[in-house]
Design a protein around this ligand. Sequence first.
Ligand code: XBP
Ligand code: MG
Length: 245
Amino acid sequence: MHYRHYDLPMTLAAIIFDVDGTLADTERDGHRPAFNAAFAEAGLPWQWDEALYGKLLAVTGGKERIRHYATLHDPGFLTRPDCASQIARLHAAKTRHFVALLEAGGIPLRAGVARLINEARAAGLRLAIATTTSPENVATLLRVSLGPDSASWFTVIGAGDVVPAKKPAPDIYHWVLQRLAIPAGDCLAIEDSENGFAASRSAGIATLITTNDYTINQNFSGALKILPDLSRSNLAEIRQLFNQA
Ligand code: XBP
Ligand code: MG
């Protein structure tokens, strides 16, 4: 899904990172317990175990995922007149719990991520983020794992509700590309999930996949490469993959 500009050689100019599952393994032991803590705090009898959460990941976005769960398991909840504001409150509480987990150092970056980010910066590449998760989560993850100024290393951070249609829609990638002002064909995305890959691919961006337990069996056909993690990858190899595509 690489769009070449006629005879011009493609040059890798920017790397666009997904966050959840890509920068860090956030879902099973991060977002999931944070949702459960928010439900308990609100007196709801909802409990998302690891297997159920894997299924709920089909829907991206925390508010969207809560609504999806209620549709399947507690449809009465959706008939409450204040349902939308309840979901928003639950989600705000969930974000508070998730940020606290990050601040306690409970969710490290995945192997190889910090090294690649540093290498890319040193090489003068642009860095960006395209995620469905909330901006507070991204800001906190970057601050606690890469340092207080690290958000400024990213030319564009596209997160959460800045686009109404979340992944697998390509909208967040279009939003980021427009602000980067770099053609899709000169960018590389790094994603971990089928939904994320569908988004980056539809935006015409070559995509490297790093899988995790929840996504290992998903379909990534058309990806540049599928890796278990970035621990053995360096920028030179990634450039080579990109140029061969
Ligand atoms: C991540 C998501 C997010 C997180 C929760 O998908 O779907 O919803 O699970 O974050 P991707 P929020 O990695 O494809 O961006 O609760 O802040 O939405
Ligand atoms: Mg992801």
